[in-house]
Design a protein around this ligand. Structure first.
Ligand code: ZN
Length: 98
């Protein structure tokens, strides 16, 4: 009887260790995957997969694709862009082309 209980406890302990190991692997995999996804998102154009470049045009920080000319703006940059006058919009667009 004691032997059965000892075996049972031993197996429960092994299962608990296996679960801990699986959980640690799952967390590590999730962290690495999220980091890779973040790196890809921040570095490559989602349209043509070209490397993105960071630029400052008219004091507005933008991330631009040199191939398709797509631009990505942080909220603050977007707000600054909305406040540009018509003349400044032309200057801004010229600055993107350079
Ligand atoms: Zn692109």
């Amino acid at each position: 009887m004691d032997r059965n209980k000892k075996d049972k406890d031993h197996f429960i302990q092994l299962d608990a260790e296996k679960l801990k190991h699986i959980e640690a692997q799952r967390k590590r995999f999730l962290t690495e995957t999220m980091q890779r996804a973040a790196d890809i998102d921040s570095m490559r154009c989602p349209l043509c997969n070209r490397q993105l470049e960071e630029k400052i045009v008219n004091d507005i920080s933008i991330t631009i694709c040199t191939k398709c000319r797509g631009i990505w703006l942080e909220t603050e940059s977007f707000a600054k862009m909305l406040r540009l006058s018509d003349d400044m919009v032309d200057t801004f667009l010229d600055g993107i082309k350079e």
